[in-house]
Design a protein around this ligand. Structure first.
Ligand SMILES: Nc1ncnc2c1ncn2[C@@H]1O[C@H](COP(=O)(O)OP(=O)(O)OP(=O)(O)O)[C@@H](O)[C@H]1O
Ligand SMILES: [Mg+2]
Length: 346
């Protein structure tokens, strides 16, 4: 037993949250060791494609690449848009974590895949991990991983609700006894919030801004709830004038951002409402006590918890570290025997 545990500690067993916005890697006994954007920069030279950069380095290139280089997000809207590039990305991250050392044994890998992915895509992801050196590949559903990561009572006969607001999708799930009693997924998450901000400034200020700028504004001053004075904080944004094409700067306040974000936020609220309506009465009664737990980067949008509290009348809490919660849950599913039942092979 002692020897077996020591062996496990020396292993490189891994849990990977393959998100549409970020990929997070957890290593057995070490916790989260890598958290980088799910972006790959591909260079095409004489018709031959080559990976130029992956993760943080590739994200910095987004919207700024010359013609020969393309910064690609292989997962979009909660589905895999480019499986070949996704495969290259997984291999890159696995190798980055492993380092050049030879492993004491081939690692076991648990991957949390977007729930919208098809059987064929899941198989491709599994193959990518196997090709990168995994001896055994397990998959886990994202809401289950999120709930385990948020320390929710998933193994007990108590109903609980998790809302994971990711980059591509928002997954709403009711869990009980290690199973998903109900799940629904809406194709609205952080990306749609960024798009809503871009289109708002285009329509109202004739200003074109890039994806990265929209995301930065959202993180810095975005709000889900209208500020009490209707304005809140004001910030300046730079972009390109739609009419005369020159760079310009405009001012925007949080009241305007709340207005811009009202549509994606409303869609998320609607998803939660539908899930609540479809929850069996006994489980619904538990949720009244347990409340709703928010995970995923979108949970960090200021005021989103308050909006959900007001709309549902239920207690709403934000998981401790929403951005790594799914990876943590995936890691615990790998490490703790009690969760083994939630892993699947395809
Ligand atoms: N402080 C913040 N305020 C608002 N949004 C944020 C904040 N920090 C991160 N986000 C957003 O969270 C999203 C990423 O969240 P997360 O890493 O959970 O997604 P993901 O797991 O990659 O996506 P998915 O689960 O849909 O596959 C991005 O859209 C990012 O802009
Ligand atoms: Mg996610």
């Amino acid at each position: 037993m002692w020897f077996k545990n020591l062996f496990k500690l020396m292993s490189h067993d891994m849990a990977i949250d393959l998100g549409t916005a970020n990929t997070v890697v957890y290593v057995r006994g070490r916790g989260v060791v890598l958290n980088e954007p799910s972006v790959v920069a591909i260079e095409t030279e004489n018709g031959i494609q080559r990976v130029r950069a992956v993760g943080d380095d590739a994200k910095l290139m987004m919207g700024k690449t010359p013609d020969a280089i393309q910064a690609i997000r292989p997962l979009r809207d909660g589905v895999i848009a480019d499986i070949d590039v996704a495969e290259q990305m997984i291999k890159h991250f696995i190798q980055k974590v492993h380092g050049p050392r030879r492993f004491p044994r081939w690692p076991e890998i648990v991957i949390c895949v977007p729930s919208g992915s098809t059987k064929v895509e899941r198989r491709a992801i599994r193959d990518a991990a196997s090709n990168a050196g995994a001896s055994q590949v397990w998959l886990i559903e994202e809401p289950m991983a999120a709930a385990i990561g948020a320390d929710m009572p998933v193994t007990e006969a108590i109903g609980s609700m998790v809302v994971d607001i990711g980059g591509g999708t928002t997954e709403v799930a009711v869990l009980s006894l290690r199973g998903l009693a109900y799940t629904t997924s809406v194709r609205t998450g952080g990306d749609k919030m960024d798009e809503a901000i871009s289109s708002y400034v285009r329509r109202n200020h004739n200003l074109l801004i890039g994806e990265a700028t929209a995301e930065r504004i959202k993180k810095e001053v975005g709000v889900a709830l209208m500020p009490a004075d209707g304005k809140g904080q004001t910030i300046h944004i730079k972009g390109r004038d739609l009419v005369n094409g020159v760079p310009k700067e405009i001012a925007i306040n949080q009241g305007q951002l709340a207005e811009a974000l009202s549509e994606p936020v409303g869609t998320i609220v609607e998803g939660v409402r539908i899930a609540l309506e479809n929850t069996a009465p006994e489980l619904a009664a538990d949720i009244v006590d347990q409340g709703i737990v928010l995970t995923g980067g979108g949970a960090l949008l200021e005021g989103i918890d308050e909006v959900l509290r007001r709309e549902t009348g239920l207690p709403v809490t934000i998981a401790e570290d929403p951005l790594t919660c799914v990876a943590l849950g995936t890691g615990r599913a790998l490490e703790e025997e009690i969760f083994r039942g939630v892993l699947t092979t395809g």
